[in-house]
Design a protein around this ligand. Sequence first.
Ligand code: DAH
Length: 338
Amino acid sequence: MIQDELLKALANVKTLNEIEQIRIQYLGRKGIITNLAKETDFSKLSPEEKKNFGQKLNQLKNFATDQIQETLNRLTAQNTATPQVHRLIDLTVSGSACSLGALHPISMVQMELEEIFEGMGFTVLDSPEAETEFNNFESINIPSDHPARDMQDTFWLKNDMVLRTHTSSNQVRALKRFGAPFRGIFPGRCFRYESIDPSHENTFYQCEGLMVDRDISVANLIGVMKTLLSEVFKRDVKVRLRPGFFPFVEPGFELDLNCLFCGGSGCPTCGDGWIELIPCGLTHPKVLEFGGINPNEFSGFAFGLGLTRLAMMKYGIRDIRYFNSGDVRFYEQFAPII
Ligand code: DAH
């Protein structure tokens, strides 16, 4: 009997390979059971006999398949349970270290800023890197013949588009879309046609901020900036404003931070005790008008934080070129320690 022979053969197997050999011997293309059908001359059988034969053959096939599968299961279970037969997992092999990914320092600073500003009720907006000339210049009071355009060496694209030279390019878009009152920040990548050295990059990150409401004054600007810097540097900070010129703010300021290294007495990092950190000012009435906001009813302030610069200060990074270097040794230093 084929069944008995099969059971006998299966009872003695010790390896998975032996089971496979038996499977081929019985159920393979030229196997014993497969051949039964091939060797039978069906023309000599009555319809009743054909039907009978087919049923028997199927039963036999199913029997063989089940027995083989059962033996397979039994052997696999034994192999995992009894180490002498065959160990599938060797728990004694020593592990190999896997390197953890790290967030880019700019991402970390950006995420921290977003959290701080969200806490003050600001919305975080994404904005395009390829901008219209209008949004990047005209709409924030920098007309084509304005000398301020020289301050920004621009990568020009086709059809009056530019790679944005600053995140101020999103001010009027945001105002048009959300109206007043408005509080938002726009972090993102900016581009300028500059030669690269330890403190200059052609690709860098800024975070623009804009707040428009009734009766906004310099006091609001200073309040928000101080809160921001105290949270970033985890201590109380002193700031001062100096006059600065930017066409989209009036008055415009440079906000300086009292040096955190020397406490204001003067050191190699700051020179005279102050570090120039955030250009800012009260939003120019023309910008509000371009945004569809009545400057007699609303006023605002804006600031342009250099994210790259902030990251350099926060982490003591002395060369700006590391940021875009793609050098894993640099990024790895920011991996979490576990
Ligand atoms: N957009 C300016 C730049 O890239 C920075 C700036 C200055 C932004 C003053 C402001 C501002 O919002 O009020 O140089």
